[in-house]
Write a protein that binds this ligand. Structure first.
Ligand code: 15L
Length: 272
């Protein structure tokens, strides 16, 4: 594969992890964000643009080997903000890739596309058994992201891999994260696999580490070549000592979207 990987939202939490890790995995990175990325790495290309600016995004995608689309609001917000930044932004990322002749797009979807899904009683939940069940307008934007990805794969033949990310943080900070954590190292491994998998077509895979308490089945991710190496369990004793064992009758633990499914996440509580 020639050409750098265009990473949108490169200045954010996951973008910063990828800017560090993808070059080590052999990928040249072209970073794009609405703000300048802090401290560009040697060899890193960096651009400032809004992902809803289709012309700018198309220019940015020229010569890239793939687009990794992370840009967007990462939590609940009001509808106009979600519609513009997350939904229009995803359309622009896919359309820019198509216009620039880039054959592969990796999309940062989220577990919140399926947030009202009950946590399985036992066993593991496969992507195919978790149809759209968004918990917020943010979740709706991720369902729409997956739908747009499917359209661009079927209609234009793009390879589109949607990563339904769990909790991508430096380390788990809640007992829910013991099941949903995606470590920084596994974030890089997952995106690397999504970039390398031969002809994935359209794929949706959970983005989660090899956590002992996982409720998501990572088989589909493994089939793409993702080999998770981290497990949140090493944080369990400390977190449980502070917060207690997860109470499975509490909606935060009973549904996969956790606190996003509670009244505290009604859109009216969030400003753009
Ligand atoms: C997400 O999609 C959010 O971007 C992140 O802030 C976390 O809330 C995460 O999901 C999660 O479910 O823990």
């Amino acid at each position: 594969m020639s050409g750098p990987v265009l990473v949108t939202g490169a200045a954010g939490l996951i973008g910063t992890v990828l800017r560090g890790g993808l070059p080590e995995a052999g990928w040249a990175v072209r970073s794009l964000d609405v703000v300048p990325v802090p401290e560009p790495r040697p060899g890193e290309e960096h651009l400032v643009a809004d992902t809803t600016d289709l012309a700018a995004l198309t220019e940015a995608a020229r010569g890239a080997s793939a687009v990794v689309h992370l840009a967007g609001i990462a939590t609940e917000s009001d509808w106009p903000a979600i519609a513009r930044t997350n939904i229009d932004g995803t359309y622009c990322a896919l359309e820019a890739a198509r216009r620039a002749g880039v054959g592969r797009v990796v999309l940062a979807s989220s577990n919140h596309a399926t947030g009202y899904t009950p946590r399985p009683d036992g066993g593991l939940l496969r992507e195919a058994d978790a149809p759209p069940r968004p918990d917020t307008y943010y979740g709706v934007s991720k369902v729409t992201m997956e739908a747009l990805g499917s359209l661009y794969a079927d209609r234009y033949g793009l390879d589109v891999v949607c990563l339904r990310i769990g909790s991508a943080f430096p380390e788990p900070t809640t007992t829910r994260h013991l099941s949903t954590w995606l470590s920084p190292g596994d974030t890089v491994r997952l995106v690397d696999a999504a970039l390398r998998a031969p002809s994935p077509g359209f794929a949706v895979v959970w983005g989660v580490s090899a956590n002992t308490r996982n409720w998501w089945d990572v088989s589909a991710g493994r089939a793409l070549g993702y080999e998770p190496a981290d497990d949140a369990e090493r944080y369990a004793e400390t977190l449980i000592a502070v917060h207690g064992e997860p109470d499975l009758t509490d909606p935060v633990h009973a549904r996969v979207g956790g606190e996003f499914t509670t009244a505290a996440y009604d859109s009216e509580h969030f400003d753009a």
